[in-house]
Design a protein around this ligand. Sequence first.
Ligand SMILES: Cc1cc2nc3c(=O)[nH]c(=O)nc-3n(C[C@H](O)[C@H](O)[C@H](O)COP(=O)(O)O)c2cc1C
Length: 209
Amino acid sequence: MSAVLLVECSPRFARSRSRAAAEQLVDRLKRREPGLGLLRRDLAVHPPPLIDEAFSEAIRLPAAEHTPAQRQALEASEALIAELEATSVLVIGTPMHNFTVPAPLKAWIDQVLRIGRTFRRTPAGKAGLLADRPAYVVVATGGFIAGERARQPDFLTPYLGAVLATLGIREPRFLHLEAAEGRSERSRPAEAELRSWLDTHLPLAVGAE
Ligand SMILES: Cc1cc2nc3c(=O)[nH]c(=O)nc-3n(C[C@H](O)[C@H](O)[C@H](O)COP(=O)(O)O)c2cc1C
């Protein structure tokens, strides 16, 4: 099936910049490919379970050797991985929380980035087992994270890039909505920035505007 998996995790909803921009990005994808399906995974509404002892034991064993408790500990992981396997485009909308991804997104990563299931170890390093696909990551930050105005580190972008590469998703495109909060009352510049990013990375056919 040609479908987008939209993963969102902001604890805010109507006021969330990352959600609003990710929705617009999905909208653009659908305009470029009518008939594209959409699967939503809202990690703020349904946070994935944290890794427990049964999970960490289970991932070391072949499936045939799992106890019922270990099988159960992997259920959420299997369901979330199945969503990735069933879709052909990945869109992640995320705020930066304390220089990196919010906890529910980290919990999702811990469920889907699984040795022997979505990546394997090779002498050259970890190799992804998922089909490569287009991936887009919208990141909203309260401050600046790049250039001269940045006063903080950005662990989110390189981290998510490494996670996706390890899954087998090689060329994620990041859209950074920096200082998103400060512009809330005058959202036009952010709107223009978003529009220009979409026009560069996901242009519409002439006449389709
Ligand atoms: C708990 C928490 C931690 C945050 N940490 C950072 C941070 O490290 N750097 C930053 O620039 N903004 C930080 N922010 C601000 C958010 O990234 C910013 O408000 C962003 O717009 C939130 O995305 P949203 O609008 O999609 O909810 C933080 C916000 C919260 C609630």
